[in-house]
Write a new protein. Sequence first.
Length: 324
Amino acid sequence: MKENKPLISFIITYYNLPVEMLYECIDSILHLSLHPSEREIIVVDDGSDNSPMNELMKYGDDIMYVRQVNGGVSVARNTGIKIAKGDYIQLIDGDDFLLDKPYEQCVDIIRNNPNADIVLFDFTKNAHQSSFNVGATLITSGATFMRNHNLQGSACCCLFRASIKGTLEFTPGICYGEDEEFTPQLLLRAETIYYTTIPAYYYREHHASTIHQKDKKNVLKRLEDNKTVILHLHQMADHLPINDKHALQRRVAQLTMDYLYNIIMLTRSNKMLNEQIEKLHDEGLFPLPKANYSKKYVWFRRLTKSSIGRTILLYTLPFMKQER
């Protein structure tokens, strides 16, 4: 007898978080209109100091709990994806959760459109956001979308068909920017994506999260991971068909801009900024390509081309309100 596959596998990665956050995350999935046979919830505990297994017993068969030796979020996600049986995959960080009404719109898209390879949606930092504008949904290929839009790189804002992933995985060892490496490659595999600005994912900002660690060791690791991702995608672009190449080159240019921005914001070091610009130049990544990707990109490109412009950025950006 053929086993029915779930419609969506929800993969929750968890590491040393208050268990109450994990409850919120799981409950947000259970509150969706999906029948139990349509959902699969996999909690991957990435070697937390204290296992939450006993606290999760109340969920019974509604979840699958997997505990592994600590290997980082990339390894944890890969573990969950390998186990998943659903037609579609939704990644969730254990300290975040789904907003039920907005996310139901994304579920409706895959229910009503069997050709959907990916549904891209937005996130919010407002846990109580109940009103939202559904707006127009753009339908296109992943490569076409990337050539014409600025990609929001979070893999958690991407409901994707499991079969399009192929052999693609998150790279172990990358703790910062693993999404930025994975998501563009995933989009290039998609023939049909549905793009909407629905804020369906709640992103929780708190001091324990990896992205908010500001000590020197973590800052240098973050910057090194960012550069590793950029170089990997840059090298990959050279071996792609022309349309995919142009799509990925746009993303590489934007990630390179973000990398220089992060050097300024996290180190405020003129020496490091100039050293890394020289290295990017040697790789063919600097100056940034002349393109009108966004207003921010245009003025940032112009300023980084000269030493005076870079000095202006170093003395002004840290005191400006950071864009999302």
